[in-house]
Design a protein around this ligand. Structure first.
Ligand code: BES
Ligand code: MN
Ligand code: ZN
Length: 496
């Protein structure tokens, strides 16, 4: 359950749980001033006693002050315009969760600065992102089991322009909901979410006006996607490719294609992974989850763009029928691939879907997302996704969208010298390039399936899709990384 969020005019609450904001001047806004008067001037004393300085996302929780159950004060830092409002909303939500409050009045009002409708909408988005918890499989949801049980508090945001704030939030809520869908998909265990079940979730976007086609085994064979099929053949669960089309742009304008790796579980196949941590590989569909969440967000906010989301859904398992190291497969592009390691499966799935995307849609740009390599975690840790691209302009736009959304990317090189490392003795290429520059050789592999005239970017999200450190706006294992980044990219560059 998530909190309900409504907007209303400022009014001084008399009791219950209230949240107020201060900047580093610690000056109280009109409502906070009235609350302080009602509790006998407790706030400035509490600031001093707790050495509370109003720093961004810092908070102070006053219990049983006057008639209030709680007065929660959240810092916004130096200035409202420079503040990270998502983070501040997240910090407020953290206190509300901790308080187990059934309802809270949140007053967005400062002494010397305006909290704009956009700020308020960002704040509300932060509340929502923070409130998410994946507790579907916890039979005790009372929060007493050490889990951050999700909250269904009734939250009232008080702002001078509630209508404006509400309408700004509507757009942001569409995006937040997309990120939460991505988190749900990544958190879901492999037994529940296989390729068929994931495809069903994609199909459900039809109710938002997205056209969704699901390609089954027969169609994939007919298309010649033998690289993707080779990965899937070791699993009893059949593969799917979901194609989600949102046509919000001009009728004839070329779409942007988003391609996602959807390995619902990656055991490594015959080149099986070690046992420790293998459970994390239920999240090896994080790229596909982000693409699905993005398509939901674009449709829900009726983005003026033509966008196509394509996800390759398979399970990578060892089995009597599984693909072997040494096998050679022919991809949809006609290029042949020698399988060196069955655990380098993501690129085999992506290469066919990338080819299909370009063949079918003649896109203005292609961006793929994939939990592709462990090496990217070694290179960049959990704070930037790896960016690989054949296009400086698209790279710059992605970097800017990363800064704006907080979902950051860092570009790494590709080029001829790295490309050579995947030449094969027996086929056109092999699916691994050795230990050195593992994330780059994976990107080089994908690059061999990109046409010269297609602006393309590959995001390696192995370090950011899951298991990133908890922060103000996410406490869950899955982050939903990519949805907010790509929504920003689309909004700033591809909408008419
Ligand atoms: N899904 C993994 C990459 C991964 C590892 C994602 C850890 C998230 C966390 C991918 O399919 C894989 O196994 N890659 C191999 C490639 C190697 C065999 C060339 C890797 O990174 O070790
Ligand atoms: Mn693998
Ligand atoms: Zn994988």
């Amino acid at each position: 359950m998530l909190p309900s969020i409504s907007f209303a005019k400022p009014e001084t609450p008399k009791k219950g749980c209230v949240v107020v904001l201060v900047d580093e001047s610690l000056a109280l806004g009109t409502v906070a001033f009235a609350i302080d008067a009602a509790v006998g001037g407790l706030l400035p004393r509490a600031f001093a006693a707790a050495k509370f300085k109003g720093k961004e996302a810092a908070s102070l929780d006053l219990l049983a002050a006057g008639d209030f159950d709680r007065v929660i004060v959240v810092g916004i830092g130096k200035s409202a315009d420079d503040a990270d409002w998502l983070k501040i909303g997240g910090a407020a939500m953290a206190e509300i969760v901790k308080a187990k409050a059934a309802a809270a009045d949140i007053v967005l009002d400062l002494a010397d600065a305006e909290v704009t409708a956009e700020h308020a909408a960002g704040f509300a988005e932060g509340l929502k992102l923070r409130a998410y918890a994946f507790d579907r499989y916890k039979t005790k949801k009372n929060g007493d089991n050490g889990d951050d049980a999700s909250v269904n508090a009734k939250l009232t945001i008080r702002h001078p322009k509630p209508q404006k704030a509400r309408s700004a939030f509507r757009r942001r809520e569409a995006v937040a909901d997309g990120a939460l869908l991505a988190r749900d998909l990544v958190n879901e265990p492999g037994n529940v979410l296989g390729p068929v079940e994931f495809a069903d979730r994609a199909k459900a976007l039809e109710k938002l006006g997205v056209d969704v086609d699901i390609l089954g085994e027969k169609e994939l064979k007919k298309l010649g996607m033998r690289a993707l099929l080779g990965v899937a053949q070791g699993s009893v669960r059949p593969p799917r490719v979901a194609v989600m089309r949102w046509n919000g742009g001009k009728a004839k304008s070329a779409p942007v294609c988003f391609v996602g790796k959807g390995v619902c579980f990656d055991s490594g196949g015959v080149s099986i992974k070690p046992g420790a941590g293998m459970e994390d590989m239920k999240g090896d569909m994080g790229g596909a989850a982000a693409v699905t969440g993005l398509m939901q967000a674009l449709a829900a906010r009726k983005a003026k763009v033509n966008a196509v989301g394509l996800i390759g859904l398979v399970e990578n398992m060892p089995d009597g029928n599984a693909q072997r190291p040494g096998d050679i497969v022919t991809s949809m592009s006609g290029q042949t691939i020698e399988i060196i390691n069955t655990d380098a499966e993501g690129r085999l799935v992506l290469c066919d879907v990338l080819w299909y995307a370009q063949d079918k849609f003649k896109p203005a740009a292609v961006i793929d997302l994939a939990t592709l390599t462990g090496a990217i975690i070694i290179a960049l840790g959990h704070h930037h996704a790896g960016l690989f691209s054949n296009n400086d302009d698209l790279s710059a736009k992605l970097a800017a969208a990363g800064e704006a959304s907080g979902e950051k990317v860092w570009r790494l090189p590709i080029g001829k010298d790295y490309d050579k490392l995947i030449d094969s003795k027996f086929a056109d290429m092999k699916n691994t390039g050795g230990r050195a520059a593992g994330s780059i050789t994976a990107a080089q592999f994908l690059a061999r399936f990109i046409r010269d005239d297609t602006p393309w970017a590959h995001l390696d999200v192995a370090g950011t899709a899951f298991e990133s450190p908890k922060n103000e706006i996410n406490q869950s294992w899955a982050s939903g990384y990519g949805v907010r980044l790509l929504d920003r990219l689309v909004a700033d560059n591809f909408e008419t």
